[in-house]
Design a protein. Structure first.
Length: 132
């Protein structure tokens, strides 16, 4: 609310709180995995579905729509028989891929260490149950 109480203050483009919106993309595992799988060029929906282990068809659809809305990728309908759709990173999406590639590489490189740490933590007698 503004000081006069006449409504919410408008968000400024440079408002640091708006960064949460962008961090929502980076913090979403499906978005990052889709962006990573588009690194070598356009992919069809079925290719992405096979490449992103564990994602449901519905979640992939929701993720692709969100990334398209945010300007991260483009959706192209090819007028062939049968028709098919492909997805490709935009220039903005390529910068996101470049920015997040080290995080994804770190994740893959440290999976075994994280698994070991979790196992050690979970076997401690004073440890609460892990989150579902």
């Amino acid at each position: 609310m503004s000081a006069a109480g006449d409504g919410p203050r408008p968000a400024r483009q440079e408002d640091p709180c708006r960064a949460r919106e962008v961090l929502g993309i980076v913090g979403d595992k499906w978005s990052l995995l889709v962006v990573r799988n588009l690194r070598q060029g356009p992919r069809r929906f079925t290719e992405l579905k096979r490449a992103v282990d564990g994602i449901s068809q519905r979640m992939l659809t929701v993720t692709l729509r969100s990334l398209e809305r945010d300007g991260i990728l483009t959706r192209t309908v090819h007028n062939v028989m049968p028709p098919h759709v492909s997805y490709e990173l935009t220039p903005l999406g390529r910068t996101l891929r470049e920015a997040t590639a080290p995080l994804l590489e770190w994740s893959v490189a440290n999976l075994a260490r994280i698994d070991a740490a979790r196992a050690a933590y979970d076997t401690r007698p004073d440890t609460p149950a892990p989150p579902a």
